[in-house]
Design a protein around this ligand. Sequence first.
Ligand code: RNT
Ligand code: ZN
Length: 413
Amino acid sequence: MNAFDFAKQIYADFNVDVEKAFERLDKIPVSIHCWQGDDVNGFENDSALDGGIQVTGNFPGRARNADELRADLDQAWQLIPGPKRLNVHAIYAETNGKKVSRDELELEHFARWIDWAKANHAGLDFNPSCFSHPLASDGFTISNADEGIRNFWIRHCIACRKIAAGLGKALDNPCVTNYWFPDGFKDVPYDRLAARERLKSALDEVFAEEISKKYNLDAVECKLFGIGAESCTVGSHEFYMGYAVSRDKLLCLDAGHFHPTEVISDKISSTLLFLDEILLHVSRGVRWDSDHVVTLSEELQAIASEIIRHNFDQRVHIGLDYFDGSINRIAAWVIGSRNMRKALLQALLEPAAMLKAAEDSKDNAKRLALLEENKTLPFAAVWDEYCARSGVPGSFDWYAKIEQYQKDVLSKR
Ligand code: RNT
Ligand code: ZN
């Protein structure tokens, strides 16, 4: 008996159908963030990264242009099993060397991303880029007290929303557009309300036009604090929870945007009682940084389990958001993405019926025992089979491809 058949039998003993798990897993896409490939640089060329997010590291081989980034994505794509989407930021526009102001961006500047998505059977997601720009230099963008600056960012967001709808239409697949603003106070403000009022009315302007959910879904992303915004973030959790509920938007929960002891896995079941859909930015916070490469942690598992246990497959949009420039960037993509899928598969292999029965009969020892037993069931054999059926290398075999690509491509940049 081979390892997979053996594993399948063991899971069957726990009333788990591995084939059904594969089927369901293959309907859950993970949206992969293009910005891990070039340290959130984008192609404007003349703006340094700022706005409360920071990438550290200078591992050689960073993608310097769109063609290099797409080539790197092609490589990553071959090593990640299952359906994938690509998440693009506005600063990844291709303007043919022409300087186009962010408030004048158009769909045509993303035509090559559409071609790439079509060729790779991937949906596209989108984000206005409200950082790394002279008009973001005082720490405030769309909630800036200066009307001119505020209007610039409102126009940028409106332009992005149109582009997103265009992407969704071109691919016949709704684009999830995420709005995140770095706006916040380094030191304790006297007036927290005014900036929040400005953010609220600015967003209402951005979303004024009705756009079909067939093409575009808007999500708003909260944050507790950022670098240079330690004392008060305008777009806090309460702000966006209220905004999303009252305006029928998606709430974006980024795993690195809360207090270090606060977890987003616990927020999924609450938020989805009041919202149709949410977006996740799966990340890993480490002390002050919110964006380390996603590992197969207890929290990642909890996030995946919350989605699977409650059949939220269609209501939770899973996006990744992290950036590490200190290691091979393609490996970073692949490690985090494979971990997300591993966590989903592991969630699908939970002895769900037995757990439910134990909990319903208040047998908490049995519940704990099952959860712990589950951690050491022969998962690896099932994962390898899933990779094989998805046409990507299993176990550690994928790493050889990274080493080869490093030698053949990255080291020559
Ligand atoms: C920043 C937010 C935001 C960005 C990306 C680049 O704290 O998490 O989502 O990371 O949009
Ligand atoms: Zn995020």
